[in-house]
Ligand binder design. Sequence first.
Ligand code: GLP
Length: 242
Amino acid sequence: MKVINLGTKEEACHYVSNELLKQIIENKNSVLGLATGGTMVRVYEQLVNLIRINEIDLSEITTFNLDEYIGIDYDHPESYYTYMHDVLFNHLPSWNEERIHLPNGSSENLQEEVIRYEKLIDEEGPIDIQILGIGENGHIGFNEPGTDFNSLTSVVGLTESTIEANSRYFEAVEEVPKEAVSMGIKSILKAKRIILLAYGPKKAQAIQKLLTGEVTTDLPASALYNHPNVEIILDNNAYLSE
Ligand code: GLP
């Protein structure tokens, strides 16, 4: 695991958007593993600019998103489907909608949906670069503390701390979904390369625990020590704050 402190949020985001760009340029059939959350907004803004400047065609690129809420429709303003379209997909006309994949949290048969999604990752994958944020409690995707490292895509419950952290996007904490479909930890580790991005003081505690090197299900992100190609990209606040 490589840990890189790039000082500022802007530089940290730029590292990630630039690695995605390089991957897309290197292979126009790349498979990208995408993440949501406030952390990634700037990454996608930068990526949109980079792709426009370089006039890159995205029609053969495949994307998989980590997770989606259960209990809100895909066109709800806070669904991850809406987030991805608002922040990334709608800004670039050459994406092929058929190659854009998010779990369907509105499926009437969630047991079939989780199997379908994992199978699709296996068929279309492996993911070349999986980008990740981190929850304040160390979650990756929506894999909360205690999740088995062998987990595949499944229906997961959100912890109080995650519901609280994500309530900033909803009108009231009661409106935050309590469940999601999430790629599992094993699904995430199938990617060839993983880049985790964390900035700001709220992430410092989780990062500090991660950097102790202890591998424990109490901190889902520590499963990344079991992968040969992981970079942790930080700013000063996530790296230094005690
Ligand atoms: C969310 C998402 C994660 C994300 C994390 C951090 O709940 N499921 O994929 O990495 O929590 O979110 P943020 O970037 O808004 O801090």
